[in-house]
Write a protein that binds this ligand. Structure first.
Ligand code: PRT
Ligand code: ZN
Length: 286
């Protein structure tokens, strides 16, 4: 029986979220022993390889692993040829140009002829090219943010999420250049059997993502307002309407998108809905 080998980060920012994703998909992926580099899921034809994130794109490109979960920034930096099967919505960050707080900033041109420290020289090279800039790239592995203070560089190009690392090192984020998130990648020549396993996994991931961005909503509606209230609820097909003990009222159940949620709630209340309950959805099959 064919099995799909998926590489995930062994320990780091993407590890817990990757394992959590598999677990929500009904696949036990947790690595009980921290020394273990390989685990087999008993409930799904998947084997998991735990690697440093930097090694994942190459492993997938070479076919050592069939698929992997890694930040887009790592794929871009390594330049490996892999196929992105799905954006996963976690590990979100941006790669930005930052400069010392007291520097006089004049716009992107400021970076011309400057020395920029980074762990991502290939992405930076492309960013500079795309913006017709010439700067001196100084490659450093780790603690890029201290370079300007110690005189190693004029500026940095690094990953930012909350911005607190920059702040505590006296730096200001001036230009947000690239946005990245964790993605599921695959080898571009998977055989039929492996593609089918991946399809099954993707089906489950889609159900998890849909559930996350939607809420289940239950409310009581006076019968004479039912039509107006139903118009506000898109639902998957059409909302369920159930009778209540009081024959002037009905209970309405539906699904609303998280992003439209507060708007809809206000409109529902204005339309006469009462006793509105909103509950998370565990999985959603469209
Ligand atoms: O050991 P291994 O090589 O596997 O891990 P790693 O240390 O190279 O990577 P890791 O675990 O730090 O990050 C894995 C991936 O998470 C990255 O490749 C990004 O895709 C993503 N990610 C999301 C981040 C961040 N957010 C992030 N904030 N990666 C790093 N950071 C660092 C950043 O380098 C900077 O030092 O956090 C600091 C900035 O954070 P803020 O919140 O202070 O702005
Ligand atoms: Zn790494």
């Amino acid at each position: 029986m064919e099995r799909l080998k998926i590489a995930i980060q062994k320990s780091g920012r993407l590890s817990d979220k990757s394992i959590e994703l598999f677990e929500k998909a009904g696949i036990s992926a947790s690595n009980n022993s921290s020394r273990l580099l390989f685990a087999s899921a008993s409930d799904f034809p998947i084997d998991i390889l735990y690697l440093r994130d930097d090694d994942i794109p190459q492993c997938v490109a070479d076919g050592v692993a069939d698929a992997g979960i890694v930040g887009e920034n790592v794929i871009w930096e390594t330049g490996q040829k892999v196929v992105t099967a799905e954006k996963l919505g976690f590990g979100k960050c941006r790669l930005s140009l930052a400069i010392p707080r007291d520097a006089q900033y004049s716009g992107l041109d400021w970076f011309n002829s400057k020395k920029i420290a980074t762990t991502y020289p290939n992405i930076l090279k492309k960013v500079l090219q795309d913006n017709n800039l010439t700067a001196d790239i100084h490659v450093i592995n780790g603690s890029v943010e201290i370079c300007p203070v110690i005189g190693l560089a004029d500026a940095i190009f690094d990953i930012v999420s909350t911005g607190s690392t920059l702040l505590s090192n006296g730096l200001v984020e001036k230009e947000k250049m690239v946005y990245s998130e964790a993605v599921l990648i695959k080898n571009d020549k998977l055989n039929e059997g492996k593609e089918q396993i991946l399809e099954k996994l993707l089906f489950r991931i889609h159900a998890i993502k849909a559930a996350k961005s939607n809420k289940y909503i239950l409310l009581n509606a006076p019968k004479d307002k039912l039509e107006d209230i139903i118009k506000l609820l898109p639902g998957m097909k059409s909302p369920s309407v159930l009778p209540l003990a009081d024959s002037n009222w009905v209970s309405v159940h539906s699904v609303v998108e998280e992003s439209k949620f507060w708007d809809i709630i206000d409109q529902l209340r204005a339309a006469g809905a009462q006793g509105i309950l909103v509950v998370p959805i565990e999985k959603m099959i469209l």
